[in-house]
Write a protein that binds this ligand. Structure first.
Ligand SMILES: [Zn+2]
Length: 98
């Protein structure tokens, strides 16, 4: 993720390295190798990277998983709204007040 954003010269992404400092932060690194994501990785049950990224049975879960990793700054709000019910309801209440 940082690798892609760094190549795209996204402001604030100065390095393609992962915060674990054991590799470049790519989708493959996060999904298969990153020690920080070790516990969150259980759901894929041994699926191969190609399946995770192209098999319709996995792609939605893969996208959700990557968003929930909060590695993509621009998706942090989406993560809170989509997957954190407390924050989502708070956001809705705030919207009603406006
Ligand atoms: Zn890592």
């Amino acid at each position: 993720m940082a690798s892609f954003l760094n190549k795209a010269r996204v402001p604030g992404v100065d390095s393609p390295s992962c915060r674990c400092e054991q590799g470049i932060e790519t989708a493959e690194h996060l999904l298969l190798h990153c020690p920080i994501e070790q516990e969150r990785r259980e759901w894929r049950r041994g699926a191969q990277l190609s399946e995770l990224l192209s098999n319709p049975g996995y792609t939605a879960a893969t996208a959700k998983w990557i968003i929930q990793s909060n590695r993509l700054g621009q998706f942090q709000l989406a993560n809170r709204l989509l997957y954190n019910r407390v924050s989502a309801s708070t956001a809705l209440q705030t919207r009603h007040r406006v």
